[in-house]
Structures are given as C-alpha cells and as structure tokens.
Design a protein around this ligand. Structure first.
Ligand SMILES: Cc1cc2nc3c(=O)[nH]c(=O)nc-3n(C[C@H](O)[C@H](O)[C@H](O)COP(=O)(O)OP(=O)(O)OC[C@H]3O[C@@H](n4cnc5c(N)ncnc54)[C@H](O)[C@@H]3O)c2cc1C
Length: 223
C-alpha cells in the first residue's frame, strides 16, 4: 500500500482515485460504519471556474477572472487561501475535470447557478458543475453500506431546485419540471434507482474506486 486515505467523502474518494490512476496502491479507511460522508447529503455542486463545459456553452471565463473573483469574495483569509493555493486550485480545474471524465464521471453544467457574489469583480453565472444522476443499483451491496438512505432518492439536479418552484408560472420552469418528471419516471420504468446531487457524486466516485480495486475499510478510524 502506497497511499492511506482517511475518509470516504468526495475528497477521500477522489484522492484514492487519483493515486490508483497514477499506478499507486491506495487504502481508504472510513471511521464510521457507512461511507459517503457529508458529501452524500450535499448539493454536490462543484465550483469549477473556467471549466471545459463553460466553453462548450459559450460562457466566457478566464484564470485571471477566477483569481480576481476569489480576491473580491475571500479577501485576506491568511494561509488557508494564499495566492499559491488559489492558483493551484484554479489551475487544477481542467486536470480534475478531464481525469474524472476519462474514468467515467458524466459531468453536466449547472449553468444557471451563480457565484455567491456575482456582482463582484470577476463574478459569473455558470461556473457550477455536477454529475449526472446515478443509478444506485450499479453499486450492488455497497449501497446498503452507504449513507444513501439519508439523501434524497430522486434524480434531482442543481438548477431543478429553483426552476421547479416556477413550474406553473414560467415556460422555462414548466419545461424544467417536465424534464424532471420524465427523468424520474424514465428511471423508475427502466428499473433504476436514481439519485442526484451529492449522492450521485459520491456514488459515481465509489464506482470508480471499486473498478480500480481499491480496498475500503469501514469502522476503521485513522489515528
Ligand atoms: C446540505 C448540504 C449541502 C451542501 N452542498 C454543497 C454543494 O453543493 N457544494 C459544495 O461544494 N459543498 C456543499 N456542502 C458542503 C460539502 O458537503 C462538504 O464541504 C464536502 O462534502 C466535504 O467533503 P469531504 O470529502 O472533505 O468530507 P465528507 O464528505 O464529510 O467525508 C469525510 C469522511 O471522513 C470520515 N472521517 C472523519 N474522520 C476520520 C478519521 N479519523 N479516519 C477515517 N475517516 C474519518 C467521516 O466519517 C466522513 O465519512 C454541503 C453541505 C451540506 C450539509
């Protein structure tokens, strides 16, 4: 074993995936009896400035704008958000995106989701990405060992959340609502158990971990 990973949320799973892809042997230890962490219960939205999906959708962005926005939104927060760390984060976006896409992650844009301060210098709408809804049945017995029953058992996407509330008052809300209903019914009709948001994110990552053959130990706190 070359790399010991503590935790089975998005951070831990991604670290193990990256190690295995680099030819190293990883071991994931999870302190609780169920994997998935807070990520399993989260919105699963990734803030990925200047990501490849933005270019496909014609949304302009740049490294300089992303860094300008981080300065405007975060300011001086000490070493936790140093210039070097911000640059490393922004520069890693295309590599993280393409590594995980190559291994099977189906990214999609949350194109209506804004930066939390979109009016500040460098701010944008459309930097958010997420994964497509995931069929839990693909994970076999690993589903019962996860926190999935604490998540929302529906193939929800980030932009659904605000557009669904307008399903009866705006055309775009109605179209979004109809798509969500078709996605849900389509999943049920084809015998799938679809999850969206953070649950889909960690399940997608866990499927890669399983395929890479990385061992995951539950009830095993790293000390
Ligand atoms: C309702 C909600 C919505 C959210 N929405 C978003 C969102 O849309 N976008 C976003 O970016 N963030 C969101 N967040 C925040 C996000 O969920 C967390 O920042 C993220 O999941 C953290 O990922 P992680 O892998 O670091 O930790 P976790 O997913 O919490 O995983 C950590 C794991 O490590 C385990 N662990 C802890 N200590 C040890 C140890 N000593 N040894 C072994 N294992 C250990 C824990 O049991 C846990 O399983 C949301 C949070 C909530 C609650």
């Amino acid at each position: 074993m070359n790399v010991l990973v503590a935790g089975s949320g998005a951070a831990g799973l991604t670290a193990a995936i990256t190690a295995a892809d680099a030819g190293l042997t990883a071991l994931i230890v999870e302190s609780t009896g169920r994997w998935g962490g807070t990520t399993m219960l989260s919105g699963g939205g990734l803030w990925m400035p200047n990501n490849p999906l933005m270019r496909q959708l014609g949304i302009q962005d740049s490294r300089a704008d992303a860094l300008e926005y981080m300065e405007a939104a975060i300011g001086d927060a000490g070493p936790a958000s140093s210039a070097a760390r911000r640059e490393a984060f922004v520069d890693s976006v295309p590599r993280v995106f393409s590594l995980l896409a190559r291994l099977g992650v189906r990214w999609c844009a949350a194109k209506d989701y804004p930066d939390y301060y979109p009016d500040r210098p460098g701010g944008r709408v459309g930097r958010g990405i997420e994964v497509e809804p995931f069929d839990a049945k693909r994970l076999g017995q690993w589903v019962t060992l996860s926190r999935a029953d604490e998540g929302l058992p529906a193939p929800l996407k980030t932009d659904d959340v605000w557009l669904l509330s307008r399903a009866w008052s705006t055309p775009t809300g109605f179209v979004r609502g109809a798509r969500f209903v078709f996605r849900t019914i389509g999943g049920l009709a084809s015998g799938k158990k679809l999850y969206g948001l953070g649950t889909a994110l960690v399940m997608t990552l866990m499927e890669i971990v399983q395929r890479q053959g990385t061992e995951v130990l539950l009830n095993s706190p790293g000390q």
